[in-house]
Design a protein around this ligand. Structure first.
Ligand code: B12
Ligand code: SF4
Length: 372
């Protein structure tokens, strides 16, 4: 990047908290830039890569500057209209999925102290009225006792909040007896990286899960009144229409509440990216490397056919009568309305409702959906 963008003065590699302080201090004091750990900089035209800092040993040392947010009403959750914040309890992941760069970026799994983290939630709840929390964590449930302890603490403080998080299917199965605790603490939605419906693909991406875990996790969440959003990866070089149809059929059986497809994207900082050759890449335009475009060369089908199948299936799945029935039968009014609003957003994104007038509140209401 330094080579390609001459206007770039500095890059900081890895975690930014200590790095930002060190750099600003060094610049203010006109110090020696070669001493700033993790810095990439220019010295008389030469690009210098300094030694990388080790990971932050204690995540409680730095805090998020929530008070810098001037207008909280800009941060509303489209599905519910609540004020929302992205929070982080832990960093890192002990797994090493081939398509993922997160485990390497954060180096090692660590977590904040439960009480300090819940203090933040409490402060955001009472001082700013935030009721919806999106966990930025890769794998917050790594240590079961710590994970349950976190929920016990949230529950004990009676915060009356809603939470959404990315969790592994294996841990949902592990925690099946704790899922009521999840609910009581306020977990309303879980994002599951099921990634694939066949064991060969799960092994290929080194997910360390099984197809049975995928099916069971979705079922367990439903039984415990928690919504499931499922992420599946498509667009591998050996993708075929038959494989895709199998994926769609299995997903229909598993019946998650919402479905997303991601296109495999071999960033160079992932194991997958380090294994491929330039010939494996069909899409050279990096602006399209956003998980929504076919990036890898497909050996058996055209990229447009893949995209059309995925679009058609996503639409059919989310808007089929069985799914509607499942949604309308959800006994929890909050979850029911969230799902209906989510469907409305999907529709809106497809521009089919683009002609509707802008709403005064980001809370999408049922009347508009009905009239559509
Ligand atoms: C929350 C989130 C979102 C939210 C963002 C909401 C919000 N307003 O913040 C939403 C849902 C909108 C979102 C959308 C998308 N996301 Co997202 N998202 C995340 C998630 C889960 C957490 C990000 C976060 O807050 N992390 C916590 C903070 C503390 O970490 P951080 O941002 O990395 O910051 C650290 C360093 O990077 C550095 N740093 C960051 N900023 C700065 C600035 C300075 C000055 C310095 C010195 C350092 C520094 O220091 C920080 C602390 O050490 C991450 C996964 C993850 N666990 O990180 C994915 C992730 C970032 N998202 C990802 C993707 C792909 C997307 C989408 C493209 C998905 C899509 N196809 O639509 C969109 C793109 C949105 C956009 N326009 O950019 C990918 C990016 C993959 C990649 N290329 O690396 C990630 C990594 C998930 C993954 N697949 O692994 N996302
Ligand atoms: S995809 Fe999830 S489980 Fe796999 S390495 Fe990344 S964060 Fe960990």
């Amino acid at each position: 990047m330094m080579r390609d963008y001459p206007g770039l003065d500095f890059i900081g590699r890895g975690e930014g908290e200590q790095f930002a302080v060190d750099l600003v201090k060094c610049l203010a004091e006109k110090g020696d830039l070669s001493k700033v750990k993790s810095l990439v900089w220019r010295n008389n035209g030469e690009i210098i890569v300094n030694e990388k800092a080790s990971k932050l040993p204690d995540l409680d040392v730095y805090r998020v500057g929530w008070e810098l947010i001037e207008n909280w009403s800009k941060y509303r959750v489209p599905m519910t209209g609540e004020l929302g914040a992205v929070v982080q309890f832990s960093r890192g992941c002990p797994f090493t999925c081939t398509f993922c760069g997160q485990w390497d970026f954060w180096v090692e799994w660590r977590h904040r102290s439960i009480s300090r983290f819940v203090d933040d939630l409490e402060m955001l709840r009472h001082q700013y009225g935030v009721t919806y929390f999106f966990f930025a964590d890769e794998n917050p449930q790594t240590l079961p006792e710590t994970w349950y302890g976190l929920f016990e603490e949230i529950k004990a403080r009676q915060l009356d909040i809603h939470m959404i998080m990315n969790l592994r299917v294996t841990d949902i199965v592990r925690d099946q007896k704790q899922l009521q605790l999840y609910r009581e603490a306020g977990v309303v939605t879980v994002d599951l990286g099921v990634e694939a419906v066949t064991q060969d693909r799960l092994e290929e991406v080194n997910k360390k899960t099984t197809v049975n875990h995928n099916a069971r996790a979705i079922q367990l969440l439903r039984e415990n009144g928690i919504l499931s959003i499922v992420q599946t990866i498509v667009g591998f070089p050996d993708e075929t229409p038959e494989r895709l149809r199998l994926t769609f059929e299995r997903l229909k059986e598993w019946a998650p509440d919402l479905l997303h497809f991601y296109y495999v994207t071999p960033f160079p900082f992932t194991t997958l990216g380090s294994r491929i050759t330039p010939e494996d890449i069909a899409e050279k335009d990096l602006s399209k490397w956003d998980y929504r475009h076919t990036i890898m060369r497909l050996n058996h089908m055209a990229p447009d056919d893949l995209r059309n199948m995925v679009k058609k299936f996503t639409f059919e799945y989310n808007f089929n009568p069985k799914n509607f029935f499942q949604i309308l039968n959800n006994p929890n009014p909050y979850l029911r309305e969230s799902l209906i609003n989510a469907l409305f957003l999907i529709l809106k994104n497809r521009s089919q409702l683009a002609s509707l007038p802008n709403q005064t509140s980001p809370m999408l209401n049922l009347e508009i959906l009905r009239s559509a």
